[in-house]
Design a protein around this ligand. Structure first.
Ligand code: FAD
Length: 343
C-alpha cells in the first residue's frame, strides 16, 4: 500500500471558497491537496444551483454557479492543486510533531502542516428512506447510488424518486433488468421533461411501470428484503415484490465527522478564534466560508473569498517559520508574475 501523502496544506471542501483558498495559498507558494466528498468540484454552486445566476460577485455582474466554478478552476490552474474527489474526510488528528494525520473514507492518508476547512454546510449525503429495518439491507438490496450497474441486470428493481437520477436510472435499466418499477409520491416530476415523456412511453409499451406512492413498510423472508409495502395516493397499501430497491431522494448536507475533531462548534458551525486569521481553537486548522461563524458572519461567497486570503497569511508561519511574508500586488509584483506563470 502507498504511504501517506506529505503536504503543506489540505483543503477540505471544493466549493467556491475551497477553490479560492488554493489561489490565496498559491500566491504564498503553498501547494494544496483538495478533498471533497462529491465527485465534482463547485460545492453548493454546482450541486444546488448550477444554472442559476449569481449577481453579487465583485466585478462579475452575472454568472451561473457552474460558470463561477469553471472560472475559479481556471484561475487556480497555475497552482496545480491535487484533487481527491468522491471521498469524505473522516479523520483529522494532531500528531506529536505538530502536524496532522488526515484520512478519507476511501483510505487516502495525508500528513499535513495546515488544514483549511471549507466544508460549507457539511458533506452532501444521499437522503435515506425512512422505513423501519430497511438499513440492514444497505448495499445488498437497498442502494442510494449506482456504482456497478451490472449488479442490477436481470433483477426485479424498484426505483424511488422523481428527479433526474431516478428517471435516468429507470430508463437505463429498462431492457437490462428483469423488471423496472418507478415509484414516486406524486404525478409531477422534477426531472427533464424529455426523460419523463420517454418513461411514460415505455410504460405504455409495458416495458416498465410507474406507480404513485410511498414505501411505508417491508416484508422480510429468509433474511432478505422480499417485498416493500407501498401506500398509494388512494390510501391503500399494496405489496410489491422486488430484488433491489434504488432510492434517489436527493442529497442533504451533514456536518458529519467534522464534529469529532475537537473543534469549537456553535450551532453546527465552526467558531474561529478571531477574524484576523480565521483559525479555529486548534492551531493550524482554519475555517473559511459557510462552515465558520464569528460576530457579523454573512454566508456569502465574497465573504468566504476574503476569509481565504487572510487564512492563507495566517497559516504561512506554520509552513515557513523563518520567512517574513509580505503582501504583494498581483498587478506589479514580478515575484507573483513568476508564480502565476504570466511573466
Ligand atoms: P460549499 O459550497 O457548501 O462547499 C463545501 C464543500 O465541502 C461541499 O462540496 C461538500 O461536499 C464538501 N465537504 C463538506 N464536508 C466534507 C468532508 N468531511 N469531506 C470532504 N468534503 C466535505 N451566495 C452568494 O454570495 N451569492 C448568491 O447569489 C448566492 N446564491 C445562492 C443560491 C442558492 C440556491 C444557495 C443554496 C446558495 C446561494 N449562495 C449565494 C450561498 C453560496 O452558495 C455559499 O455561500 C457558498 O457555496 C459557500 O461556499 P463554501 O465553499 O464555503 O461551501
Amino acid at each position: 500500500a502507498q504511504g501517506p501523502i506529505e503536504t503543506d496544506a489540505i483543503i477540505i471542501g471544493a466549493g467556491p471558497v475551497g477553490l479560492f483558498q488554493v489561489f490565496e495559498l498559491g500566491l504564498l507558494e503553498i501547494k494544496a491537496h483538495v478533498i471533497d466528498s462529491l465527485p465534482v468540484v463547485g460545492g453548493q454552486c454546482v450541486e444546488l444551483y448550477p444554472d442559476k445566476p449569481i449577481y453579487d460577485i465583485p466585478a462579475v455582474p452575472v454568472c451561473t454557479g457552474q460558470e463561477l466554478t469553471d472560472n475559479l478552476l481556471k484561475q487556480i490552474e497555475p497552482f496545480e492543486p491535487t484533487f481527491h474527489l468522491g471521498q469524505e474526510v473522516t479523520v483529522v488528528q494532531k500528531r506529536e510533531d505538530g502536524r496532522f494525520d488526515v484520512e478519507t473514507s476511501t483510505g487516502t492518508q495525508f500528513i499535513t502542516k495546515t488544514i483549511f476547512i471549507a466544508a460549507g454546510v457539511g458533506s452532501f449525503q444521499p437522503r435515506t428512506l425512512k422505513v423501519e429495518g430497511i438499513e440492514q439491507f444497505d448495499g445488498s438490496q437497498v442502494f442510494y447510488r449506482v456504482k456497478d450497474p451490472s449488479k442490477f441486470e436481470g433483477k426485479n428493481i424498484v426505483i424511488c424518486g422523481g428527479g433526474d437520477s431516478a428517471l435516468d436510472w429507470a430508463l437505463n435499466f429498462v431492457g437490462k433488468a428483469e423488471s423496472v418499477i418507478l415509484l414516486h409520491r406524486r404525478e409531477e416530476f422534477r426531472a427533464a421533461p424529455a426523460s419523463v415523456a420517454k418513461m411514460k412511453e415505455l410504460c405504455e409499451q409495458y416495458e416498465m411501470q410507474f406507480l404513485v406512492g410511498q414505501v411505508t413498510g417491508t416484508e422480510i423472508k429468509d433474511g432478505k428484503l422480499a417485498e416493500v409495502k407501498v401506500t398509494g395516493a388512494d390510501g391503500v397499501t399494496r405489496r410489491l415484490p422486488l430484488d433491489m430497491l434504488l432510492v434517489f431522494f436527493g442529497l442533504s448536507p451533514k456536518l458529519g465527522p467534522i464534529a469529532e475533531w475537537g473543534l469549537d462548534i456553535e450551532r453546527k458551525q465552526l467558531k474561529v478564534v478571531d477574524t484576523e486569521k480565521f483559525e479555529t481553537n486548534v492551531p493550524g486548522i482554519f475555517a473559511v466560508g459557510d462552515i465558520n461563524t464569528y460576530p457579523g458572519k454573512k454566508k456569502l461567497i465574497l465573504s468566504g473569498f476574503h476569509e481565504a486570503a487572510l487564512a492563507a497569511f495566517g497559516a504561512a508561519p506554520y509552513i515557513f517559520p523563518e520567512k517574513k511574508i509580505h503582501m504583494q500586488y498581483t498587478t506589479t509584483s514580478p515575484k507573483l508574475h513568476k508564480i502565476l506563470g504570466v511573466e
